[in-house]
Design a protein around this ligand. Structure first.
Ligand SMILES: Cc1ncc(COP(=O)(O)O)c(C=O)c1O
Length: 419
């Protein structure tokens, strides 16, 4: 990082948090760091912020992207503060604080707080739209076989409850072009199609879909677009306005590394009033997005930690993080793509993936592959065996080293040779 950039970033952190110094490592004084940290050295410093279990190499950061120590310390401070101020806090500062955090989150994702609410996770965000959509019997929805189970199940529930018809596409692991993907969805559209759900990043393969092109196509038919961005916020730079979708949900406890139970939902302003809230709210009569955000009493200290997680992301820099995650993925996947019996189930093109990819071995079923990797090589992954994807999902994080990935690459080559 250049000296000027580094200082600017520090300045940004100073502006947003009264609890300076927020540092790469709580006990370090950032101002004493060498300014031109070599890239690998920089990431080794980041690694020190993580409390890592020594039993295995964790290549499964896709479920929960656990939090670095600086965020953890702030989170505990918030928990203590809420417990100390108790009902006083809940009746006074709670709402202003939440609004402030929401504002900041909205800026991060390229929208405003008029179109964004904080939820508990992607499931809540997307099911709020699927379940709250004003369905009529015979309406049609489109989604993919490779989408997340809970959302597909919710569409099935709508089918039972309202008689909607679900059309299911299958996304190729190695598409030829964006147009191939767009045509897949377009071919399912009829005059009764109302809503199309699309993954921004397919969780089982890490494939990134061309959301803007899909949105533009759908809108020409008057079809609305709901995006599952569970794995995207904090993973790479997401600008909701550029994506042009109508609804977007994400889990902030994934790549933004907020403590568990944090998500967001974007609803384009003109769509807010058409969605039925999940829980009734006195705001129901208003046109504001808060009408969709009645939560009851929740762990409000988690909302506060969103601010700290954004501090940490901005300290690294979202573009630098994206570049690193893509680099780590390509570092291992490029070494395995051409190896006999090994199948990388994620596109090679740089714009079609980032930190996540999936890899299998032809003669080993995914469950056994995950077990072998853990038992023999102490590498923790997750097996995927459905929707044309057979392999283990490999999800490094910002603390992952190239040495760890070398262990993984060698393990895969060894296993592939055991025919
Ligand atoms: C693509 C996708 N959508 C939705 C979800 C659900 O996320 P959550 O359990 O945080 O609600 C996940 C979880 O891994 C996912 O991968």
């Amino acid at each position: 990082m250049k000296k000027r950039q580094f200082l600017r970033r520090l300045g940004q952190v100073a502006l947003v948090t009264p609890f300076l110094p927020l540092s790469l490592n709580a006990q370090d004084d950032l101002s004493s760091l060498p300014y031109a940290l070599d890239e690998e050295e920089f990431w080794l410093r980041i690694r020190k912020d993580y409390c890592l279990k020594p039993d295995y190499i964790n290549l499964e950061n896709g479920y929960y992207n656990f939090i670095p120590q600086p965020t953890m310390e702030k989170y505990i401070e918030h928990l203590k503060m809420v417990n100390y101020e108790a009902s006083y806090y809940m009746r006074t500062d709670q709402w202003d604080n939440k609004a402030r955090v929401r504002d900041r989150l909205a800026k991060l994702v390229g929208t405003t707080s008029e179109e964004l609410i904080i939820t508990r996770n992607t499931t809540e965000s997307l099911d709020l739209i699927i379940g709250g959509y004003p369905w009529e019997k015979g309406d049609e929805a489109i989604f993919a076989k490779q989408d997340y189970g809970a959302m597909k199940d919710h569409f099935q529930l709508m089918s039972k409850k309202y008689g909607i018809i679900n059309k299911v596409v299958s996304i190729p692991n190695h598409p030829e072009s964006d147009e191939e993907i767009v045509s897949l969805y377009e071919a399912q559209i009829t005059s009764r199609t109302k809503l199309m759900m699309v993954c921004h990043m397919v969780n089982i393969t890490g494939q990134i879909l061309p959301i803007r092109k899909l949105s533009n196509m759908a809108h020409t038919y008057g079809v609305e677009v709901l995006v599952d961005g569970a794995h995207c916020i904090g993973h790479f730079d997401v600008n909701l306005k550029e994506l042009q979708c109508d609804y977007y949900g994400s889990s902030l406890h994934k790549w933004l590394s907020v403590p568990l139970g944090s998500g967001m939902l974007y609803v384009a302003k003109e769509k807010i009033t058409k969605i039925w809230p999940l829980f009734a709210d006195y705001n129901d009569a208003t046109k504001e997005i808060q009408r969709l955000n009645h939560t009851g009493t929740i762990p409000v200290h988690t909302d506060l930690a969103i601010d700290d997680a954004i501090d940490y992301l901005e300290l690294i820099g979202v573009n630098r993080k994206e570049k690193r995650l893509r680099y780590l993925q390509k570092y291992w996947s490029d070494q395995l793509r051409e190896v006999k019996y090994i199948n990388v189930n994620t596109p090679k093109e740089i714009e079609r993936s980032c930190g996540i990819a999936n890899v299998g071995i032809a003669h080993i079923n995914p469950k056994d592959l995950a077990k072998n990797l853990l038992d023999e090589f102490k590498i923790f992954t997750v097996a995927i065996d459905y929707a044309n994807v057979k392999g283990c999902r490999i999800t490094p994080n910002v603390y992952t080293t190239k040495k760890e990935l070398d262990v993984f690459v060698n393990a895969m080559k060894t296993l592939a040779q055991r025919v």
